[in-house]
Design a protein around this ligand. Structure first.
Ligand code: MEV
Length: 320
């Protein structure tokens, strides 16, 4: 008889894409970092009923696992662990999820909720092997397919490993490289308040790439080059260069048609307020933008300007 943990908890961070979103789907390098102060969490509580329940108070939902459709992301996360653990049926537990990460804003809320469920359930089952970063990332990737269609794998990787990564999608194994941040990078993250579906944005870029392959391949190449140069600048502690490259990356994302008037307005506002660089972050068409600031004074100026320009949920995250 296996001794299950009565209560198992786990959490996973939000994320930002510093460089290379979308191009990363096409094998170009990209850089992402966790945002550890906003998190998704899951708790798994043993129940003697033999039934598995999923509770999401934020979404006002309480469902029996078996009643949820195949493509429900939370249910898929649970079934993947059940399968990976070679169980005949789901355990009798109540899984409660909560997230501080705004949904559909480019901060990886879906990936973080999934990773938290997988880790908490693996803990409950006392399966160390299913709790490794590599395994949590691989299982989260399977669920990301529901959210994204053709995910690159960067979101599940950064939330599962919870460290800044340089990422290249490639087979048979993605290139996942942690790197040194020689001088701290202070980012102001601001939300347009416009919700945007990653699946729709990624699908739309795919359609345009199919229609104009040469034009889009060139755009992806430039984004990949920028990500490579940015890694060097981050490792060299050249903060000003990192900022310039962010603004350059934003221009290519505009050409990719994934920016929006709201994102452009916040990027321009941040630059006018003195930011070293600014860009959208994530799938675009809404969601979040990032501004790189040199110090607290610049942070205050940029934050105030963004607030006045209508940004929501502004936060600062420092990469060290
Ligand atoms: C979304 O956070 C990043 C995208 O590049 C999609 C992906 O990499 O799967 C837009």
């Amino acid at each position: 008889m296996i001794d299950f943990n009565p209560v198992s908890k786990a959490s996973a961070p939000g994320k930002i894409i510093l460089f290379g979103e979308h191009a990363v789907v096409y094998g170009r390098p990209a850089i992402a970092a966790p945002v550890s102060q906003i998190r998704a969490s899951a708790s798994v509580v043993y129940s003697s009923s033999n039934l598995c329940f999923l509770v999401a108070p934020d979404l006002n939902r309480l469902d029996r696992l078996q009643d949820l459709p195949e493509d429900n992301p939370l249910a898929r996360a649970v079934w993947l662990v059940v399968k990976a653990a070679n169980l005949w049926e789901p355990p009798g537990v109540t899984i409660r999820v909560h997230s501080q990460i705004p949904i559909a804003s480019g901060m990886g809320s879906g990936a973080a909720i999934t990773a938290a469920i997988i880790r908490a359930l693996a803990k409950h089952l006392q399966r160390e092997d299913l709790q490794s970063n590599e395994m949590v990332s691989a299982l989260t990737y399977e669920v990301e397919k529901i959210y994204h269609g053709t995910p690159s794998g960067i979101d599940n990787t950064v939330v599962a490993y919870e460290q800044p990564i340089y990422f290249v999608r490639q087979s048979p194994k993605n290139r996942i490289e942690p790197f040194t941040v020689a001088a701290p990078l202070r980012f102001v993250v601001a939300d347009t308040g416009v919700r945007s579906s990653t699946k729709v944005a990624v699908g739309n870029v795919r359609r345009q790439y199919n229609e104009q392959p040469a034009k889009f391949a060139k755009i992806f190449d430039e984004c990949g080059r920028i990500a490579q140069e940015a890694r060097q600048a981050i490792e060299a502690g050249d903060v000003a260069k990192v900022g310039q490259l962010m603004t350059e990356n934003h221009a290519w994302l505009q050409k990719m048609t994934v920016s929006s008037p709201e994102l452009d307005k916040l990027v321009d506002t941040a630059l006018q307020a003195g930011a070293l660089g600014a860009k959208l972050s994530g799938a675009g068409r809404g969601g979040n933008m990032l501004a790189l600031v040199a110090d607290e004074e610049m942070e205050t100026n940029v934050t105030t300007a963004l607030q006045n320009a209508g940004a929501k949920n502004i936060l600062t995250t420092i990469l060290t």
